[in-house]
Design a protein around this ligand. Structure first.
Ligand SMILES: [Zn+2]
Length: 400
């Protein structure tokens, strides 16, 4: 969805475990990988004191033996890990003989994919897995967060051992969207599990699914990121920036449609037409027109607009208001009276506008102009903003 095309190739790491094991064999044979039986605490000591752990000098054949014990279940989780031999005196502690694979208790905690489940007990760590896979897939460029620079350094050391060429790497800094400052993935997961949100696609959440569900277009997200560029500088932007990209994408194609919040019924007096025709889009006649049925001269306007004694019904005419009766004055504009949107009773249906305001999900009852617009289409709601047509004649608000 985000890229605008389907992936050309999908690689699932858990289907490729044997491939990673094969690379452990190569590491051990090349004597740049070894099985370490030290406890995590013991190894931490060695790392801090820049000393080799006793396992480091084990011979290739003995390492092979230990490696098969990791695989066959002789070792339990925590008993042993496979390490990449770098140098225990390196300045950056994270790079010192970093761990590549470890044993997991997949009987107690099976892998979520059913065909994998408890099939493997030794699992690669992300830096090892992605390093090997990037090479196997022929990856030429990596774009990652600058917080992952140590991953690049670790993986470069592994690539040197294998004699591979490391991909070009670019980094970006933290991009903060002001309005989303308070969200974190772990907190969102917790809140979803506790039922505070309906799921990852909840419109209140700053997730891809949430954004797409409220009508943010993939190409708008892409141009938002392209405009920010790949920079290591931390930046903060308002949500309005993303919205302005979205407006550029949708405005030209968004049919205009009226939604009346808090509708009040008004009778029209002095009109001659049984219907009027107004364009679907002011700049695109090819998008057709909307025919508003006035054979029954009752319209709805927003209660707030009723406080004026003179109003102009948009694309229709000037009216004088007395109570709940509007008397026709002129087709042409006669003065500077307020222009309001409206719907006719015959050409509208009761509907709901769903929107997020201050982190709350609100549902506003109203009247929506009758339409033939397809589900999921972005529309411009007169005087309100943009939204998408959802099921049950509901409109989900995107932004204004
Ligand atoms: Zn050790």
């Amino acid at each position: 969805w985000l890229l605008g095309f389907k992936p050309h190739r999908v690689v699932i790491a858990s289907d490729r475990i044997e491939e990673y094991y094969r690379h452990v064999d190569l590491m051990i044979d090349g004597d740049f990988g070894y099985v370490c039986e030290c406890s995590a605490e013991a190894f931490r000591e060695f790392r801090v004191s820049k000393t080799n752990c006793p396992c480091r000098i084990n011979e290739v054949n003995y390492n092979k033996e230990l490696w098969s014990k990791m695989l066959d279940g002789t070792f339990n989780p925590g008993d042993a890990v496979v390490r990449v031999k770098t140098d225990m005196t390196l300045k950056n502690p994270a790079l010192r003989d970093w761990p590549a694979l470890r044993i997991q208790d997949t009987i107690a905690n099976p892998h979520p994919r059913e065909n994998i489940a408890s099939k493997y007990r030794v699992w690669p760590l992300l830096d090892f897995q992605s390093a090997v896979e990037d090479h196997l897939q022929g990856v030429t460029h990596i774009i990652r967060g600058k917080d992952l620079m140590d991953s690049t350094r670790k993986q470069t050391l592994l690539y040197e051992h294998f004699g591979w060429k490391y991909p070009e790497t670019m980094y970006w800094g933290r991009v903060k969207v002001h309005e989303w400052g308070g969200f974190s993935t772990s907190q969102m997961r917790k809140d979803i599990e506790e039922g505070k949100f309906s799921g990852w696609s909840d419109p209140r959440l700053p997730t891809i699914a949430g954004l797409s569900g409220t009508g943010i277009q993939a190409s708008a997200l892409r141009s938002f990121w392209v405009e920010l560029g790949v920079t290591q500088k931390d930046i903060a932007v308002p949500l309005a920036t993303l919205y302005s990209h979205n407006i550029k994408v949708i405005d030209d194609n968004a049919p205009r449609i009226a939604f009346i919040r808090d509708p009040v019924e008004i009778s029209l007096v002095g009109i001659n037409e049984n219907n009027i025709t107004i364009p679907t889009h002011p700049n695109h006649t090819e998008m057709g027109s909307r025919v508003i049925d006035l054979s029954n001269p009752i319209v709805y306007i927003e209660r707030e607009d009723l406080q004026h004694s003179a109003l102009r019904l948009k694309e229709f005419g000037d009216f004088d208001i007395d109570g709940k009766v509007a008397t026709f004055v002129s087709k042409e504009r006669t003065d500077k009276r307020k222009i309001i949107h409206w719907v006719s009773q015959n050409s509208s249906d009761s509907s709901k506008l769903e929107l997020v305001k201050d982190g709350q999900l609100l549902s506003i009852e109203g009247r929506l102009e009758s339409h033939q617009i397809k589900l999921g289409t972005s529309v411009q709601l007169e005087r309100i903003g943009y939204g998408i047509i959802a099921e049950n004649n509901k409109v989900i608000f995107t932004h204004n």
